[in-house]
Design a protein around this ligand. Structure first.
Ligand code: NAP
Length: 325
């Protein structure tokens, strides 16, 4: 099969190689998926760059990318799945050597979820990390119907899904963005330009002084002071990144006296029954055509290095997806 891989950490153009590999064979409990779309997330790019703290090559050769979509081509012992079923896959690159940047990937059957006919393979390749992180950040503590939710960075891949899913769950949604164009992209009607406006002041004004019940946070450290001001007593701050300040000083007593739950989450650990719960919600929304996706075409496998650089540059609006035909 055709695949892309790296055998050492480094810049995309230097370490990513494209070539032929033997296709994997499904073991007991696994499915073999013919991959048609491979989604690239910031974590895939950071992993390849060796940017993770204490990074070591866990395998001699790594086929990158956790997310993807395709069809079930074969099944291993004990698996009853329809051959040809359209699926989206998750955690293909988490603590594994062989991800989705290849024509085939083998995964435990539960990591290949039915992809509704109305959702393209490219859109399916946005679900594993961006959509499921948004769902986890919003719904990890139960329903949000009637709550007010602040989604910081609503034009981001996770943030945009969070804006949509919060509204679908019956919440009032406010988002922060850096331009009017990004506000439109976020799909959220109530927005604040966080670079030009005092976010805490604006949120308190918009909520009549009440604040918000939940914050879906793209940069915990950068926004900590504002979050403390606007979170309601016993509210939840669900943070999935803190890039500007990776080790921010924590305002412990501020949060403690407001009885705030700080939920630091990572999509890779959303597994088992909780993942199934998110999949069910996602499948309902996809079947109903209720979600808008943002696919940034990244070319084919031969274009993988440039696609990684696009993710690194950070200016894209959506998930960079490779089409593998
Ligand atoms: N923990 C997890 O499971 C998990 C899952 C997915 C992603 N992540 C991490 O989350 C980060 C974002 O990922 P992504 O795929 O959503 O990236 P993305 O598509 O590039 O979006 C990031 C968004 O965050 C906004 N932003 C940056 N700093 C902000 C701030 N201080 N306040 C408000 N908005 C801010 C950016 O807006 P402007 O460009 O307009 O400033 C941009 O729209 C990455 O570090 C990624 O590794 C973690």
């Amino acid at each position: 099969m055709k695949a892309a891989w790296y055998e050492r950490f480094g810049p995309a153009a230097e370490v990513l190689e494209i070539g032929a590999m033997s296709p994997p064979a499904p073991g007991p409990g696994e499915v073999l998926v013919r991959v048609y779309a491979s989604g690239i997330n910031p974590s895939d790019v950071k992993l390849r760059a060796g940017a993770r703290p204490g990074a070591v090559m866990a395998y001699p050769r790594i086929v990158p990318h956790s997310d993807g979509a395709g069809v079930v081509e074969a099944v291993g012992e004990g698996v009853r799945r329809e051959i040809g079923e359209r699926v989206w896959v998750w955690n293909a690159g988490w603590q594994r050597a062989l991800g989705t940047a290849a024509e085939y990937v083998c995964l435990p059957t539960e990591q290949a979820v039915r992809l509704p006919d109305g959702t393209s393979f490219a859109e399916g390749a946005c679900l594993g990390i961006p959509a499921m992180t948004a769902w986890y950040a919003l719904y990890a503590d139960g329903p949000i119907d009637g709550q007010t939710v602040l989604v910081t960075g609503g034009a981001g891949t996770v943030g945009r899904y969070a804006c949509q899913m919060a509204k679908l769950g019956g919440a009032r949604v406010i988002t922060t963005v850096s331009s009017e164009a990004k506000a439109r992209h976020s799909t959220c009607e109530e927005w604040i330009n966080y670079r030009e406006t005092d976010v805490a002041e604006a949120v308190m004004e918009m909520t009549g002084g009440a604040g918000v019940d939940r914050i879906v946070e793209v940069d915990f450290g950068a926004n900590q002071a504002a979050s403390l001001e606007i979170i309601k007593t016993s509210g939840v701050i669900a943070s999935y990144a803190s890039a500007a300040e990776m080790v921010p000083p924590l305002q412990f007593y501020g949060f403690m006296f407001k009885d705030v739950t700080l939920r630091m989450l990572i999509a890779y650990h959303l597994v088992g029954a909780r993942h199934k719960c998110g999949e069910a919600a996602l499948t309902d929304w996809l079947d109903a055509g209720a979600l808008r996706h943002a696919v940034v075409p990244g070319g084919g496998l031969d274009d993988i290095a440039a696609a990684h650089e696009t993710v690194e540059a950070g200016a894209k609006l959506g998930t960079v997806v490779l089409e593998i035909d």
